[in-house]
Design a protein around this ligand. Sequence first.
Ligand code: SF4
Ligand code: SF4
Length: 411
Amino acid sequence: MAERREAFKMLFSANSAKVETNKGDAYYDRLFQQCRARLDELKASQPLQAIDFHEILSDEGYDRREFMKWASAATAMLMLPPMFTPLVAEAAELMTRVPVIWLELQDCAGNSEALLRSDGPKIDEILLDIISLEFHETLMAAAGHQADAQLEDAMHAFKGKYLLFVEGAIPMGMEGQYGTIGASGETFHEHLVRVAADAAAVVAVGSCATYGGIPAAAPNPTEAVGVMDVLKGKPIINIPACPANPANMVGVILHFVLTGQVPELDSLLRPKFAFGYRIHDNCERRAHFDAGEFVEEWGDEGAKNNFCLYKMGCKGPMTFNNCSIVRYNEGVNWPIGVGRGCIGCSEPDFWDKYAYERPMSDANIKAPTGGVEKTVDQFGLGVLTATAVGIGIHAAASAVAGKKSDEGEAQ
Ligand code: SF4
Ligand code: SF4
């Protein structure tokens, strides 16, 4: 119980990003010039695929106005001011100029599935369809020696320029022999290190590639770890979640095309534009949390009225991700929207620590207003008090999280 209570207190001090949304005119003017030069340079390069992006958009039913609306939303998602919207639109048109190599290691291919879904695609998904995916062994026709040759060709042709997307954990047990690839029996670890050597940056996609994910769950027989645990000397961008949201994959590529750099990251190497806020900060059930209205049992009146899922084990208060904003499945819905609490899938060790229902109603919460210890049950005592406590906790959590982030980044 003590351990559980301690773990609960940690919920409000998880590492996070401190999101700076306004960095001043001088900063943005400089960045604008840098992006302009980068896009001009890309424009002068040969497209890797002969496609007409606007024709594809039009075939899918999007006109210029809708594309610019999307560009404006994407600009806001990247936490850039509106003056960048035309540049973001240009970057989207130039996304095919950046080659992507995709490796699948110890995983379920869920992130590839997320990449592929294209039923009535949104512009994000169209972009993922047309990125210059130079190698993805699950999706391409080549196999065996042909596939090996294709990878070698792509690495050679785009040396130093490709983005390496990695899906899946790296098994380190038994000298890596739990996962081998190709005729030579190269281990996943050797394979990753070799292909990453000439990448411009490495993007770890999904919770397995970022922190080891489900393969690393106890007792972790294969000694699975994430990319950042084994790869040194390369810029690494983590896009955790199970699966990663395609909108965040697009955001990372778009940012790289636009600026030639990796986005601003938190101490867990997650882009702040996507992981700078907690699920709880933007949850549609938040008003019920603040008012002390909770689902107490599956199927009760609270559940029917979309009350907060905190007592049913929702981990939204300590989970950093933007799924409460961008949602899944063409933006139709997301886990909490359909009545299931967040299981913290974008946090380290989520499967062991958070994934099963663990009601936290007996845990003490440090309420910063007055320094009193409140249990979540006490939230329901009075709407006004509860609201103040809820907001106070929120503010304190953000402050602590921001401090932690600063500490992480200073290291
Ligand atoms: S459902 Fe979860 S994320 Fe939403 S308000 Fe409740 S505790 Fe927060
Ligand atoms: S709501 Fe929580 S568990 Fe669900 S996808 Fe988002 S971060 Fe993962």
